[in-house]
Design a protein around this ligand. Structure first.
Ligand SMILES: [Zn+2]
Length: 636
């Protein structure tokens, strides 16, 4: 007895049998019932979703002795011959090979004649986008003036390659990918009829692997039956098909969620030893991580995942004590690293390291925990005489990741007696600010609000326990007025040769000149910041700039010299001499305004950092939350 492959044996014979394309079945059935049947149909969709099968069903529906009917009898000569592909009036053409000039001409010449037995001449063209231009022209001629007894059914996987002239004359039907659950259901139906047992894991595995194609699913089922006989078991099928079973992937996900590094490595080793394609394993793992998130956040995830009931139960148990944010973080981390695994020369170690990075992710801290820590800080500060400012005040804990706002006024219902005492104490402004002396200069000039202020303060805090960034803007502590700057002497070692030094007060004058230049040409001002002011006086303005530097050419540009001369003479005298000399590369030793500004800025930052780190609030945050001073932001 010859073995008929399942895909052919179980090919749908009527629209009712067609799985996963209900929208197509319904529309075609309605058209047939109402008698509004188009001359040409175009079926589009990826391979294996039922396009050719639907074309044959449609041909039967049109030509059945009992028709036209959406439910062909499957008994009459037309029905049986179409099913066997030997009906003389129904011609099936493969677009890829049907390109001979003679073939096309013969078809074209035959179409005007009435069908020999059936109601319609039906021309089914598979992979129609592969047709030659000759063939297209032949079809187009017939499509433009179709004889009433001719119907065309075109099928294609690449609709964008079909000429618009053809497209516009067809009724188009888009076939969808078939859902895994629909495929699994159909596989179960077939196996029941064939008398073969299978567990849900085996069916789920094949359905997922078929990726929306019923034909692929049937062919996988053929392989599985050839290997597994009368009983199909998930883990065994996985090995036969070379894909990791969900069970193993769930173990892997569990190890990641629980942070079990050894288990992760053991599972990868097991999968590698079994010869699984690790890129495929990574892809499947990503899908499992996605499903975990869905199961965690949805009450009824059934329609959103293609999990078997057992897999769903396992996932539910796994995510029960996991946090949604943590699962999302795992998925995000894994998908970010996925490409590295794909392109890595050593895919196994790349996958292992990606998994370990996720295993060792920093733990999430519950918000309640952070709140109580902040309460602790606040209480200590109240005791020492400082209080947290309100939101919008100069000092705010700020979160760069997901922020959680909370208001202490809402929590007062459940505070302990001890807390009440503290709150009563801080409700008195005098108690809160009775000892302002220890406050550093950074905080001293700010307005400190007692916490008992009627407006609720809102602090933002992080959920992640990785170091918290606390931004506290600080006023520059070094004056920026030119008069102050000019009194600063550059620090240099005694062994260095004395640089060309401008006369006292000349730095302020140079600064003023550049400010005027900047108003007219900001780019030139930026260039001149890199020039050394050798002499700045009513008698002469002499600049030096390093030869060959980026700035030299720009500073010596005619327009630049003109502008500078105008500004200088407007400030000093119409006869003030303006000159610019070049210094040999590496010989420039004077200080440019750029150098001076940079030094001053660094000095400001150093002072601000020192002051901040001695501030009580910052110290408390460092102690209690493991915070660190990350960024010092100086006001402009
Ligand atoms: Zn029939």
């Amino acid at each position: 007895m010859s073995y008929l492959v399942l895909a052919r044996k179980w090919r749908p014979m009527t629209f009712d049998d067609l799985v996963g394309q209900e929208h197509v079945s319904r529309t075609l059935s309605n058209a047939i019932v109402s008698g509004r049947i188009a001359h040409a149909f175009l079926f589009t969709g990826v391979r294996g979703v039922g396009k050719t099968t639907s074309a044959r069903i449609l041909a039967k529906s049109l030509n059945c002795e009992a028709g036209p009917t959406p439910k062909p009898c499957l008994q009459c000569p037309a029905c049986t011959e179409i099913a066997a592909s030997n009906d003389i009036d129904v011609q099936e053409i493969d677009g890829a090979s049907y390109n001979g000039v003679d073939e096309v001409r013969r078809l074209q010449e035959s179409l005007p004649y009435r069908p020999s037995r059936d109601r319609f001449k039906v021309v089914i063209v598979d992979e129609v986008h592969m047709l030659s231009s000759n063939a297209w022209n032949a079809f187009l001629k017939t499509l433009e003036e179709p004889p009433p007894h001719v119907k065309f059914i075109f099928a294609t996987t690449e609709v964008h390659k079909v000429p618009v002239t053809i497209l516009s004359r067809c009724q188009r039907y888009d076939f969808k990918l078939i859902s895994s659950s629909s495929i699994a259901k159909q596989l179960r139906h077939v196996l029941d009829q064939e008398g073969i047992a299978a567990d849900d894991a085996a069916l789920g595995l094949m359905a997922r692997e078929a990726a929306g194609s019923m034909r692929d699913a049937m062919s996988l089922l053929d392989q599985a039956i050839a290997w597994g006989g009368d009983k199909l078991v998930g883990e065994e099928i996985a090995r036969v098909l070379g894909i990791a079973g969900r069970g193993k992937l769930l173990e892997l996900a569990q190890a990641m969620v629980h942070g079990d590094a050894q288990a992760v490595l053991m599972i990868v080793a097991h999968l590698a030893d079994q010869g699984f394609d690790l890129v495929q394993v990574a892809r499947d793992t990503l899908e499992v991580l996605r499903d975990l998130v869905v199961v965690k956040v949805c009450n009824s995830p059934d329609s959103l995942t293609d999990l078997t009931p057992e897999e769903l139960a396992t996932m539910r148990a796994l995510v029960a004590d996991a946090r949604g944010e943590d699962l999302i973080r795992l998925h995000h981390g894994f998908s970010t690293g996925f490409d590295q695994v794909v392109h890595a020369p050593q895919q196994r170690s790349a996958l292992e390291m990606l998994l370990l990075r996720l295993v060792f992710r920093p733990p999430l801290l519950p918000v309640d925990d952070l709140i109580s820590r902040l309460d602790g800080i606040e209480r200590r500060l109240v005791g020492r005489g400082a209080a947290l400012p309100r939101s919008g005040g100069p000092v705010a804990l700020r979160n760069h990741r997901g922020a959680t706002a909370f208001e202490p006024t809402e929590r007062t219902e459940s505070v302990s007696a001890g807390d009440r005492a503290v709150m009563a104490a801080r409700a008195q402004p005098s108690a809160a600010v009775k000892d302002p002396a220890p406050l550093s200069r950074v905080a001293a000039h700010r307005e400190i609000h007692p916490v008992a202020d009627t407006e609720p303060w809102v602090a933002e805090t992080v959920v992640d326990s990785s170091p918290i960034d606390m931004e506290i803007p600080v006023q520059p502590t070094v004056g920026t007025a030119p008069s102050e700057r000019s009194q600063e002497q550059p620090v240099r070692r005694a062994t260095e040769p004395a640089p060309t030094e401008p006369a006292p007060g000349s730095e302020a004058a140079w600064r003023a000149i550049l400010e005027t230049v900047q108003q007219q040409n900001a780019a030139l001002a930026a260039v001149l910041e890199h020039a050394i002011p050798v002499e700045i006086s009513p008698h002469a303005v002499h600049l030096a700039i390093e030869e060959g530097s980026f700035y030299a050419d720009r500073a010596r540009d005619d327009q630049a010299v003109d502008l500078l001369t105008r500004v200088v003479r407007a400030r000093f005298h119409a006869s003030t001499e303006v000159s610019l000399s070049l210094l040999d590369t590496g010989k420039a030793r004077g200080r440019t305004l750029f150098d001076i500004n940079k030094e001053q800025r660094l000095e400001q930052e150093r002072k601000a950092r020192a002051e901040l780190e001695s501030h009580k609030l910052v110290q408390a945050a460092i102690e209690s939350l493991g915070a660190r001073v990350h960024l010092i932001k100086l006001d402009e």
